[in-house]
Write a protein of this length. Structure first.
Ligand code: NAP
Length: 215
């Protein structure tokens, strides 16, 4: 499976790329500038020496991949989708974007007209197979490649096949358990849980994640 990480130069994209590479997947790091993508790919080669990683612009990474993970700030989402254009049509798009703002030291969700970042992606790229999730693993944890992750990975999407493809990627990472959390209309709740975790992390100086009981 070839996976593009748009905005893969940031901590979240880098961390997820490292875990996918360690699981044997092929990763294309995307950036607005090729030089930054190459720099990030170099960091990943140092982290996962056997990993198959290439560097490209976001548009070229998307065109060359079957699964496209979007890992840019919400403010850069529309521009990133526009830059990739037709390369996104029909592809599985994994939405990692959390529309956040900080007010008075508290993490709050930005209001998104479509309801969530995932629904915004689906509205802008109607032919894409959007899945939202993997938002509750912190970049810091992902980047500590020698440390096992743990927890449940909640996934939302309207395309069952796309959700299964992402679930398989999650299962490739030891100890992570994918859970189907419903359709894209529920994705806003995933975003809200991320905001909750960030506030918990700040209060308790922790790195929290999610594990469900009873399911
Ligand atoms: N950090 C975490 O622990 C975490 C956890 C869960 C979810 N997330 C979500 O994952 C996404 C990425 O997080 P991050 O911490 O890696 O973010 P980040 O470092 O702020 O940004 C990631 C990359 O996005 C690109 N970018 C920045 N501003 C942009 C803009 N205006 N337009 C287009 N591209 C832009 C940059 O890449 P180039 O300059 O190379 O193009 C940057 O390296 C965010 O939506 C965040 O909410 C983060």
């Amino acid at each position: 499976m070839k996976i593009a990480l748009l905005g893969g130069t940031g901590p979240e994209g880098l961390g997820l790329a490292a875990r996918f590479l360690a699981a044997g997947e092929t990763v294309a790091i995307g950036s607005r500038t090729l030089g930054r993508a190459e720099e990030a790919a170099g960091k990943l080669r140092a982290l996962v020496p056997a990993g198959r990683v290439t560097a490209a612009t976001n548009a070229d990474a998307a065109a060359a991949s079957e699964v496209i993970a979007v890992s840019v700030p919400f403010a850069g989402l529309d521009a990133t989708l526009a830059a990739c254009g037709a390369a996104l049509e029909g592809k599985v798009i994994l939405d990692l974007v959390v529309p956040l703002r900080v007010e008075g030291g508290i993490f709050l969700l930005e209001e998104v007209v479509e309801g969530s970042a995932a629904e915004r992606i689906q509205a802008r790229v109607p032919g894409a197979r959007v899945v939202s999730g993997l938002k509750h693993q912190s970049a810091a944890d992902l980047l500590e490649i020698g440390t096992e992750l743990e927890g449940d990975v909640l996934l939302c999407g309207d395309d069952a096949g796309a959700k299964e493809i992402v679930s398989k990627l999650v299962r490739d990472v030891p100890k992570l358990r994918p859970i189907d959390a419903g359709g894209l209309r529920i994705a806003r709740h995933l975003d809200a849980v991320t905001a909750l975790l960030l506030n918990l992390n700040k209060r308790h100086k922790a790195r929290s994640s999610v594990r469900l009981v009873g399911i």
